[in-house]
Design a protein around this ligand. Structure first.
Ligand code: ATP
Ligand code: MG
Length: 206
């Protein structure tokens, strides 16, 4: 049986699709079979996957009303199933998180963005699904880390140790169906993603 990771965050533009695509590319490169499910009507993940020439990353068509059953069949077939969840979708979120092994909620380093993660944290807790916030687009000189960590803990959340900087390689690579590791293997973005992949592998005991 494979594992299922859902990327969810109510706040738009937090980095769900970008982070998911980067991890899909990294795990495919490492020889894992990866399914990506795009439950967001914007279909940006689907566009990225279609641009990609990669047998290791399969775009599995799904719709919100059959997301749970699609996730269950993918779990049987692929090493990793990565689900891109649209922001505001309460019922869908509940069904999707129930079928998930780990929820990753990207969040930009501001208190308001952390507060916006509340529904994701609560829905994960209710379903006993582990959930981790991921600080994304962290500026180079970021001083408020301690306060922000306190805000996360106060909200019942847990943070991943890995943080992602605000780096052009993340956005540029997506345009061509690639990842930062592919267009710029020695970049800081590339090393951040390999650190993130390792941290998640350890959490899921892959
Ligand atoms: N670490 C980063 N560094 C630079 N740009 C980033 C980073 N993460 C995301 N972006 C950019 O921020 C924008 C929003 O990212 P993305 O589309 O992945 O967020 P999202 O949570 O999927 O948004 P939505 O809620 O609209 O689906 C995109 O233009 C993306 O290229
Ligand atoms: Mg998105």
């Amino acid at each position: 049986m494979g594992q299922v990771i859902t990327f969810a965050q109510q706040k738009g533009g937090a980095g769900k699709t970008t982070v998911l695509a980067h991890l899909a590319a990294a795990w495919s490169k490492a020889g894992k079979s990866v399914a990506v499910l795009d439950l967001d009507p914007q279909q940006s993940l689907a566009q990225w996957a279609q641009l990609r020439d990669d047998e290791g990353v399969e775009l599995v068509e799904s719709r919100d009303y059959r997301a749970s059953s699609d996730m269950r069949s993918c779990r049987k077939k692929y090493d990793l199933t990565l689900v891109d969840c649209p922001g505001a979708a309460a019922t869908l979120l509940d069904n999707v998180i129930r079928e998930t092994d780990l929820v990753v909620a990207p969040v930009q380093p501001s208190a308001m963005d952390v507060w916006a993660s509340r529904t994701i944290i609560e829905t994960s807790t209710k379903n006993k699904t582990p959930c981790r916030l991921l600080l994304n687009r962290v500026p180079p000189r970021f001083n408020g880390a301690d306060d922000l960590i306190a805000t996360v803990v106060d909200g019942g959340g847990e943070l991943l140790g890995t943080k992602l900087g605000n780096r052009i390689a993340y956005s540029r690579s997506i345009m061509t169906g690639q990842s930062a590791q592919e267009i710029s293997p020695r970049s800081l973005a590339a090393s951040e993603i390999s650190g993130l992949a390792k941290e998640i592998e350890a959490l899921l005991k892959i």
